[in-house]
Each structure stands twice: as C-alpha cells, then as structure tokens.
Design a protein around this ligand. Sequence first.
Ligand code: MRU
Length: 349
Amino acid sequence: MPKVASLVWKNDHLELIDQTKLPLSFEVVQCTTYKEVADAIRTMKVRGAPAIGATAAFGVALGALELRAVPWAEFLSGMDKVFAELAATRPTAVNLFWALERMGKVVEDGKGIAPVNAVVDALVDEAELIAQEDIDTCHRIGEVGASVISSGAGVLTICNAGALATVDYGTALGVIRAAHSQGKDFHVYTPETRPFLQGSRLTAWELLEEGIPTTLITDSMAGCLMQAGKVQVVIVGADRIAANGDTANKIGTYAFSVLAKYHGIPFYVAAPLSTVDRGIASGRQIPIEERPAGEVTHICGHQIAPTGINVYNPAFDVTPAGLISGIITEAGMIVPPFGLHLEQAFASK
Ligand code: MRU
C-alpha cells in the first residue's frame, strides 16, 4: 500500500497534502470552506485529474455545509456560486466537471422533495463515494495494467499519475505499484517534468517512499534512453480523453509518444473512465490550460531567464489516438479502434 493519501475527509473539513511543498517538506493543509478548496486546486496544492475531481466534490460538500440552515431558494442560489467557483479553477482535467456533474445531480434529485439538510448530508455521502470509488478504480487499473510491465523492463512515465494525483494508489503509478507488488523487478525512469516539476518533486518522492527503483532524468533525456534500449514501455496518466481516444496529459507526453512510436516501444495511457469526455469527438476540442510565465522563468522562486522575456506555458498537450497502444481502465484494457471500444466499455458499465 502507498504511504500517502493525497486527500482525507474528516467529517467537516478536508485535509490535503500540500503538493507545492514536496519533497522538501510534508505539510497538510486543512480546508474548511469551499473557497479554500477552490484555492487549493487553483494553486495546485492538490493536482492530478482524479484528485482534482474528488477534491472538488468535497468542495461542493463544504459549500453545502455552509448553507445547511437556509431556505431552499437561498440554498440553490448559494450552491450555484459554489459550483461556478469550483468549475473555474482548472479547465483541462475533465474529472473536475464529471465530479461536479455528479454532485449537481444530488442537488437536482433533492430539489423540492427533501429538506435542505438532507440534501447536504447526501452531498457529503456522494463526495465520500466518489473518493472511495477512485481508490477502488485505481487498484483495478493496477490489476488490469500490471501485465504490460515485464521483469527486467525499463518503464518511462511522466508528471505524477500516482497516489498524489488520485485519492490513493494512482493510475500510471497504480500499474507500476501493482507490477512491483507482483514481485517483478523493473526500473522506472522519472522525467522531472518541467516546468512544474511534478516528476522530480512528486513521482520521484512517491517511488522512493514505496521502494520502487527509479532514476530521475530531465525530460530531454527520454529519447537517448529509448535509443539506448533502456525503455521497454511508456505508461502515462490522462487529464481528458476524447471519444476517439486522443488524450490530453502533461506537457511533454506527446513528444514521448512520438519517440515511442519511432523506437517501436508500446505507449499506454492509464486512466479511469471518468477521464473520458464522450461529449467531444477529438483532442482538438480539449481546452488546454495555459499557466503563468513565472513557472518557466523561475525554478523554486529562483529566476533563470531574463526579465521581460516572452513565455509560452501550456500545461498539457494532446497525444493522438494513433500513437497510443492501449488505454488501461477499470473496465479492462481498451485497444484500438478506441472510439468503438470506449463506447463498449461504457455500455458494459
Ligand atoms: O497539472 P497537473 O499536475 O494537474 O497534471 C497532472 C497530469 O497531467 C497527470 O498525468 C494526470 O492528471 C493524470 S493523474 C492520475
């Protein structure tokens, strides 16, 4: 079992590991209001698509608890503000909107039938359910995907798709954890993942905590490792998967998928079905978040570029479905053609 859980609900508040502080210090932040939750997502104290979704669900629960004692009309207008603020935090990870939709349905179902405080209780229950389902889903993804890692393999991942990026266990790192717990002997290459350094700060930390052998590299070293025959499989997470299988994930993922194709290395995406956005046909429709210039011009507060330089800082890129060997989900390994097989996976849910 991993030694970290990114978020824990404590009856009336949410505890989050402050991921901006890792690996130098392990700090837990307490969110007692939905505004604190929105701020934690916006500032990336909590990040990673499934973790953002579950956190937002608890944000809705906290917003509802703040409105527990008001009449229905006031509750509804107050909740509109809660949903709007949480929805505006980060645009790319669809799990955020998926979780808000689930929470919104609880409000809809109770409207005019149940007393406000019963709906508030139901919202807390739904958030807890979303969190528990995420843990179960990640374990299932691990079981489904472990076979893509053989003993002796070099495994390349990117960013952090681990326990920190989910409620627990992880997606890409869930697969790695499952293969490790099966006694397989393999090696993970962890790219630092500029500019926000989720690889060096979070994945390297998580794998060290778990005792899984890993080597930190800079992002630009992936190609030469593949050329040298040191990478047998690439496994990444996802922030949003379009209906045709095109996948948005951390910036740099696309480059790794092209490199993998050139070197004949299988490239897998590990993600829950809640990361699939069936409402969009292809990756061209995925909104890509652009983040502040300071993330590129500075490293840990230290300026590394001239003042006033133009900066482009997209947080994600899109890997076309044609470069993906398989999508590892809780419903099994989805193989091309992804459009058809993703629909079948939803139909059999
Ligand atoms: O900007 P981040 O750190 O939220 O981006 C996270 C990623 O890109 C992850 O790979 C993705 O969310 C999958 S997490 C299981």
